[in-house]
Design a protein around this ligand. Structure first.
Ligand code: 5GP
Ligand code: ZN
Length: 112
């Protein structure tokens, strides 16, 4: 059974792919909750963080680094949020591991 994100990455379903390399792809969220809202998706299918182990944990680092690079590319490196919903109790909707990258709201003062 293929999932919706596997199908988008395989170009079997439409999706705005903004970056792609050997390990992962980045698409625009179809229903953005921030001015910049991207999804960082490993090409290999994992249901969630719970599917990672010692051997596959490096994909987490690659996703994190992709988030940093995409934040730079989108001009939001001065402030962004990254989020990985994991499991049905927090409403993980798509069961293919993905990281949300959100930002672009504008500058807020640091609290001292
Ligand atoms: P989750 O709750 O699983 O972390 O979030 C899934 C995200 O995927 C949601 O923000 C939702 O808007 C997005 N999404 C769901 N279906 C599609 C789709 O077909 N294409 C794209 N680009 N994003 C989707
Ligand atoms: Zn998948």
């Amino acid at each position: 059974m293929t999932c919706i994100f596997c199908q988008i990455l395989a170009r079997e379903l439409p999706g705005e792919i903004v970056y792609e390399d050997e390990f992962l792809a980045v698409i625009k969220d179809i229903s953005p909750e921030a001015p910049v809202h991207l999804l960082i998706i490993p090409k290999r299918h994992f249901d969630s963080v719970n599917s990672l182990d010692e051997e596959t944990s490096q994909i987490g680092g690659k996703m994190l680094l992709a988030a940093k690079k995409m934040a730079e590319a989108q001009g939001i490196q001065s402030g962004y949020k990254i989020l990985i919903n994991t499991g049905r109790d927090v409403g993980q909707d798509i069961r293919h591991l993905h990281m949300h990258l959100m930002g672009g709201w504008g500058r807020k003062p640091f609290r001292r």
